[in-house]
Write a protein that binds this ligand. Structure first.
Ligand code: LMG
Ligand code: NDP
Ligand code: PMR
Length: 398
């Protein structure tokens, strides 16, 4: 018999109330434990350009023919009719949530999925074994841990001639057991560099493509998480997300003359991941404020549920990987399968009823979506503006 999460709540773990208390309940979250990190840093580029060039050389990029048919037309009855398939780019579609979403969307027949992945062969194999129809997807190389690769991906995508109707920023790395930071090709701490800065550049560059789409559902979706939201119990499991005054980010997160952490503190891989999720959720809202009215694009984020068996936990200790799924299934009840989570994200991409912009979606236990409340930090407009401006400088847009 499963235990109720609330019955396990020790009184010492108090929840700092922020935002909407109703949302806290819906999130089904729980208590936390402390850990600390006191680690030295070392510069070890994660994705050298040589490696990238090698990969690109051996990888046949399947650029398919341009789809120039208009997306919608007005029929004689006055009803809008969709004429062509939508095109969606999903980053990190080679496993977990990204793959499950590619499958859910690819199987619908109305969309073509561009699987933007760092490992071309892995992505091809994954798509095949997931049974995604061949004509519904294209794999294109993208390594978010290299800004040059992001720019090359955008060029390759544009050369394919496909219009862009939706972009899903899904890929992420989580390095909970790392004692020292590792870095992207451009010298940013790997988790924030990949999960936030790589996606920031990608979505900024592809905004123009989305603007040009004539599809009825133009969307930019960035995957967030409960663990970045300190208005939930899950977000209170230490180490907690906290961007501080962004002094580490301003310094470039490189460990040379500044901290590898956004808030300027000591390296902590679990915190860096949670911080990166806060950045993802802040970025979505800043996009919404700056561009929704002008472009009609829907900007949204989501917490799809705890998908406890994905590759995200590949670097965690074996004991954690063994206990985490039953813990989430039977104790917190926050567990969701990859397939179900994929359907949820697919809904955010194409369901007409989820077209509201600026929303952070979550699902309750009966799998109905609702607009959730972000934590105080994850909805701080001033921080979002500053994060945007600092990130622009770091990725070479300003
Ligand atoms: C840190 O570890 C990592 O070190 C860091 O690198 C980073 O990953 C960070 O937030 C991310 O986590 C934290 C984690 C790792 O440690 C703990 O969670 C320690 C918990 C200590 C216990 C606290 C309170 C105990 C209260 C008990 C109430 C329980 C009642 C139990 C009833 C059980 C019935 C079956 O820890 C681990 O990876 C493994 C240790 C897990 C112990 C957790 C105990 C919780 C009770 C649930 C039991 C079942 C499964 C647990 C799965 C845990 C997954 C988090
Ligand atoms: P996975 O590890 O299964 O998927 C992550 C994907 O990101 C993989 O395809 C991985 O590629 C890709 N990736 C990692 N680094 C890069 C890079 N440098 N360039 C391009 N792609 C890269 O984890 P999940 O499916 O769980 O995670 C997907 C999203 O869901 C993440 O944003 C995560 O934060 C979020 N999330 C996950 C939750 C969970 O419980 N699992 C809960 C809440 C949110 P490769 O296959 O080559 O390793
Ligand atoms: Mg958490 C309802 C409670 C709940 C939920 C929904 C999550 C989601 N977690 C909850 C509770 C707890 N977790 C409790 C009580 C503990 C202490 C035992 C706990 C611990 C824990 C650890 C060690 N949880 C974790 C970790 C991880 O390493 C994961 C993480 O923080 O990654 C950043 C994780 C997660 N818990 C979640 C979710 C969704 C994660 C995965 C990562 C993510 O946010 O993407």
């Amino acid at each position: 018999m499963a235990l109720q999460a609330t019955s396990l709540l020790p009184s010492a773990f108090s929840l700092h109330k922020e935002g909407n208390s109703c949302a806290n309940l819906k999130d089904n979250s729980f208590f936390g434990v402390a850990l600390s990190c006191n680690m030295k840093s070392k510069f070890t580029p994660a994705a050298g350009n040589k490696e990238l060039t090698r990969k690109l050389a051996i990888v046949p990029i399947r650029a398919q023919t341009a789809a120039t048919t208009p997306a919608i037309t007005q029929s004689t009855s006055g009803q809008k009719k969709t004429l062509r398939k939508g095109n969606v780019i999903i980053t990190g579609a080679s496993s977990g949530l990204g793959l499950a979403t590619a499958k859910a969307i690819g199987e619908s027949g109305d969309w073509h999925v561009i699987m933007a992945c760092r490992d071309f062969l892995k992505a091809e194999k994954a798509a095949k074994s997931a049974g995604i129809p061949k004509e519904s997807y294209t794999v294109m190389h993208l390594d978010l841990a290299s800004l040059e690769s992001v720019r090359q991906f955008v060029d390759t995508f544009r050369r394919s001639g496909r219009p862009l109707d939706a972009l899903v920023c899904n890929a992420a790395v989580y390095l909970p057991t790392a004692k020292e930071p590792t870095f992207t090709a451009d010298g940013f701490e790997l988790s924030v560099g990949t999960n936030h800065l790589g996606h920031f550049l990608l979505s900024r560059l592809l905004l123009d493509d989305l603007k040009q789409s004539d599809h009825p559902q133009k969307r930019l979706i960035i995957v967030g998480s409960i663990t970045g939201n300190t208005n939930t119990l899950a977000g209170n499991v230490p180490p907690k997300a906290n961007l501080g005054d962004l002094r580490g980010l301003v310094g470039g997160l490189n460990s040379l003359n500044c901290s590898p952490m956004i808030d300027g503190g000591e390296f902590d891989g679990a915190k860096a991941y949670k911080d990166s999720k806060v950045c993802n959720m802040l970025t979505m809202q800043e996009f919404h404020r700056r561009f929704h009215e002008e472009t009609g694009i829907t900007f949204a984020s989501l917490y799809p549920g705890c998908i406890a068996e994905t590759g995200l936990f590949r670097n965690h200790i074996p004991l954690f990987r063994a206990l985490f799924p039953p813990f989430q299934k039977y104790i917190t009840k926050g567990y969701v399968s990859e397939a179900e989570a994929g359907k949820r994200l697919a809904q955010v991409v194409r369901d007409p009823s989820l077209s509201k912009s600026g929303v952070y979606w979550s699902w309750n236990s009966t799998s109905s979506s609702f607009e959730n409340q972000l934590s105080k930090e994850a909805s701080d407009t001033e921080k979002a503006r500053k994060l945007w401006e600092v990130s622009e400088k770091l990725v070479g847009l300003a």
